[in-house]
Structure formats: C-alpha cells, structure tokens
Write a protein that binds this ligand. Structure first.
Ligand code: ADP
Ligand code: GLC
Length: 513
C-alpha cells in the first residue's frame, strides 16, 4: 500500500515566523519538503507577540478554541492562520496573551527561563491537538519536537485514545537537544491532568520531578534525533543528560536522521543578502565578499590573511568557554577572527574586551543578525564550531556550501557531516579536533592555517569538495517517511508503504487513502 499522509507538525518555532536556533530552520523547511513529496502537512506554532499578525497573509480564525488545563480549568485561545512562504502549507498560530504576549520566546531579557514555561508549553501542546477538531483534520502522524511539545504523545495516549480525529494518529518525537528536557515540579501533573498513575519512572517521573521529554520518549510511537552520531551518543551517560537509560530502553524505536539545509535560502550563487554571487568554478565573488566582510567589521582589508568566522549561541554547548581559553593563543597567529552571537553575559564582555585589545585581528558583534550571518558564511575562509555536543548543527553545512572550511569537534552531527582532511590524499572538507581542550583547539586552528598558507593546492581541492557536498533535505525527508511508516505500524499494527511520489525509476502508483 502506498499513500500520502496527513501530518500535524507541532513546533515551538519555525522560520520565517520565529527562530532562536536550528529547530526554527528545520521546522520551517521540512514541512515544505514533505508537502512537495505529496503529503498533507499542517504546522502549528505559538503566536508569540513578536509575530506581526497585521501582515497581509495572516488571518484570524473566528471563534475561540477551548483548551482544558486540568486544575487551571479550560482556557480559551485565539487562532491565526497563514502559510509557509512559497508553499501552500497551512500554519496555525495559537494565541493566548497571558502566555505568549511578552518579549522573549523561552527566556526573559536576563536569559532566565520564564517561570511559567511549564504551563505555557503544556497549554500549547494541548491547544495544537484541540485544533484538529476545529479544522476537521485527522492526522495520520503527529510530529513533535523537543521538550516543548513532548507532552503531546502522552496526551494522545490518554485523553485522545478514543477521539474521533486523533485515536489513530501515530506520534513521532524528534529530539533536537537532549540538554533541555522540561523538568518541572510534580504539581504540573495536576495541570497535565493525564492522571497521577502516569507519574512513574517509565512515564513522566524523573528523580522526583515531571520530565516532559521523558514522558514523550516513553509515549511516542517512534523517536529520532537529528544525526546518527548523536543518536549513538545520547545512549551513553556522557551525552544522555540522565536519559541515556531511557534511550537505550527505547532503542528499537529510536533512529538518527541528519538534518538537511534549505538550499534556496543558503545558495552562494544567488543569496539575496549578498552583493556578489559565487560558485566552486568561479570564486572571485567570494574574494570580494571577504573584503566586504573585513571592511564591515572594521578589520584591515587584506586578501591574504585568513578569516575565521564564528556564528553561535554563546553557550557551553558550543564550546564557547574553550574558544575563550584558546583565543589569546589563536590571536598570536596571522589570522582575523569575526564573531557574531549572543548568550552568556560573561562571553559578551570577554570577547568584546578581547576585540577591543586586538582591533586589527578580531571583531565581535553581539546580537542576532541574519544578513551578517550570511556575509560571514560567505566571506570567511574558515568556520569555527568546536561544540561540546552537537545534535546536528547547521552552520557547518552552510559553511561547506559557501566554500568556508569548518573547524569542528568530532561530535554528533559535526562528525557526521564534515570530512576530516587527509593530507596524504588531499581529500576532506574540514578540520576536526577529537578531544575538546584549548590546546587541541589551538593545534587544529594552527593546522588549518598551515594548509591556508603552505598548501594552496590542498586548500583549493577542499573548497571544491566542500562546495559540491549535497546537504539537500530530500534524502532526509525520505527517511522521515520511513520513520512515519514505523510509527504507524506501532500504532495501528499494520504495514504501510508510504511514498506519495514514486521514487525515481519506479512506476507511479495510484494514490490510496
Ligand atoms: P543551535 O540550534 O544549537 O543553535 P544550529 O547550528 O543547528 O545550532 O543552528 C543555529 C542557527 O541559528 C543557524 O541557522 C545559525 O546561522 C543561526 N544563528 C545562530 N546565532 C546567530 C546569530 N547571532 N545571528 C544570526 N544567526 C544566528
Ligand atoms: C538543536 C541542536 C542543533 C541542531 C538543531 C536542529 O538546536 O543544538 O545541533 O542542528 O537543533 O535540529
């Protein structure tokens, strides 16, 4: 049997409406790819008040949406509707001023998580499921992401197990980051109201707290994370943040599917943020963009000095503390550093201060800046990303597509998507360090600079190889189809052959619903 699916995608962020990191990129593009493959996908997001509802293509759906919240009673939400750009994928925004009518997505202006994040995202999860009734939408798959929506599989297995629209929906949970699990006080059980009998170690309870991610992992029909490498890692104590045993428990339903990138948004030949286009065949545009970047960042415009770019949330995950420790040594080499990011206040002061002392070598922009991110990817020679752990990582893929060689730690998705240089063969697309320390980071940067200065032949080869890598979403989206098939089999006990479009070389089959 071959069929297209009804897929309800529930995420706490998605481009172009709201993004704090890679989850936003993934949730904004994967639904469109699945739609192109013939599936009927709908996306649900919170209506953060940074989303401008006065934009032309955002409409209000009439009537309130009732959202039962256990001990808090029924709350009434508004719903707005739009589509993902360049697609007909509907997007629904759940509007509830008390929870989303504020600046910030997950944290306040000091970087502290909002005190009511538990209620905010339990509410959002329940509202997204309630919405299916309003839309008369019967999903085959409900696909949720990270702890924010991990309560959904629990809700499907409890409130909605006999529901007209949701009883046969299979749930898929994608883990984008195991560090953040949604750990809250036990009283949240009364808001979730799925029954205290779900408060146990093979359900929602984790060391005396409610752990939403854990509940999602135990209740989802299938689970994945965003690279094979990270899938293996989070089954170990070092990377599992206390849930490694849970992942091992569910390993038969747990997979790694690497993210793709939006090849239109990140296309060096026609990137609307850039004044020049370039390709592997003609890199002259990249040289001009390097000069533009140096000028914009107030660095000496020198074509022969290698520029290392960093674009990052300035948090421990990204190895920012190790970069900080290694940076004085790195700055003693003939190099320029360009850093764009925000996060830990100490990092703002530290890197800002360092740049003030090395005005001809380092330039720092604290903040979030999409156009500058594109210019850094295009105009740098190297991209630095020595993450402590990295579920997938997108910047190292953008870099390779822009001929900017990544210097990465061999972990998770970074290890899976970057080929370490083999100096004997001259093959590779980047430089890897295996042990995370300031010394090995310094050494690996030194290695990259040695290749830059002394082995132009290898450098050119690496740039060509990096730019020809295929990071498109299509292959991974096919893997998600397979994951959906597995989830459906678990839920409904039947085999499914899901392929809305025939694979290349195969005869088309008649659509059956
Ligand atoms: P994570 O989601 O863990 O932060 P990813 O590499 O998956 O890491 O995704 C980060 C995304 O956020 C990329 O698209 C990156 O370009 C973008 N990004 C991060 N920091 C900034 C910033 N300061 N300005 C612009 N874009 C940023
Ligand atoms: C998370 C991870 C990052 C991944 C992104 C999208 O933010 O930290 O590695 O690329 O999700 O899946």
């Amino acid at each position: 049997m071959s069929q297209s699916l009804n897929i309800l995608f529930i995420s706490s962020e998605a481009v172009p409406f709201v993004k704090t990191g890679g989850l936003g990129d993934v949730a904004g593009v994967l639904p469109k790819i699945l739609r192109k493959m013939g599936h009927n996908v709908r996306l649900v997001l919170p209506r953060y008040y940074s989303i401008d509802i006065n934009k032309k293509n955002i409409h209000h759906l009439p009537g309130p949406l009732g959202v039962p919240m256990g001990i808090l009673g029924e709350l009434w939400a508004g719903v707005y509707e739009s589509t993902l750009p360049d697609s007909d994928v509907p997007v629904y925004f759940i509007d509830y001023e008390q929870y989303f009518g504020r600046a910030g997505i997950y944290t306040d202006e000091h970087g502290e998580g909002f005190k009511d994040n538990d209620n905010r995202f339990v509410f959002f999860s329940r509202a997204a499921l309630q919405l299916t009734k309003r839309l008369f939408f019967t999903p085959d798959i409900v696909h949720v992401h990270d702890w924010h929506t991990a309560a959904v599989p629990v809700m499907l297995n409890t409130f909605y197990q006999h529901d007209l629209h949701l009883a046969s929906a299979a749930s898929v949970l994608t883990i984008h980051n195991m560090q953040h699990q949604g750990n809250f006080y036990p009283g949240l059980m009364d808001v979730l109201s799925v029954g205290w009998h779900h408060y146990h170690p093979l359900g929602l309870e984790h060391y005396g707290q409610v752990n939403l991610m854990k509940g999602g992992i135990y209740h989802a029909n299938a689970i994945n994370t965003v690279s094979k490498g990270y899938a293996a890692e989070i089954m170990t104590a070092e990377y599992g943040y206390g849930l490694d045993g849970v992942m091992r428990d569910r390993c038969k339903s747990f997979f790694g599917i690497v993210n793709g990138i939006d090849m239109q948004e990140w296309n060096p030949e026609k990137d609307p943020y850039l004044s020049e286009g370039f390709s592997a065949k003609d890199l002259s545009g990249k040289e001009k963009l390097k000069a533009e970047l140096q000028k914009k960042m107030g660095l000496p415009v020198k074509p022969d000095i290698p520029v290392i770019g960093i674009i990052s949330r300035l948090v421990e995950q990204k190895g920012i503390d190790v970069i900080a420790e290694a940076m004085p040594g790195i700055l003693s080499m003939e190099v320029q550093i360009v850093l764009l990011g925000s996060g830990a206040p100490w990092a703002h002061f530290y890197f800002g201060g360092l740049a003030a002392h090395h005005r001809d070598k380092m330039s720092v922009v604290i903040g979030y800046n999409e156009p500058l991110a594109h210019l850094i990817e295009a105009g740098s020679d190297f991209f630095l990303m020595p993450s402590r752990f990295e579920p997938c990582g997108l910047n190292q893929m953008y870099s390779q597509r822009y001929g900017t060689l990544p210097i990465v730690r061999a972990t998770g998705g970074l290890n899976d998507t970057v080929d370490n240089l083999n100096e004997e063969t001259g093959h590779g697309t980047g430089f890897k360090l295996y042990y995370l320390s300031a010394k090995s980071l310094f050494d690996t940067v030194g290695w990259a600079l040695h290749i830059y200065y002394n082995r132009k032949d290898i450098l050119r080869n690496m740039i060509r190889e990096a730019m020809s890598r295929d990071f498109s979403w299509e292959r991974s989206a096919r893997k998600y189809e397979q994951l959906y098939r597995i989830a459906l089999k678990k839920k409904r006990g039947r085999h499914y052959r899901i392929s809305a479009l025939p694979e290349k070389g195969k005869k088309s089959r008649k659509k059956k619903t």
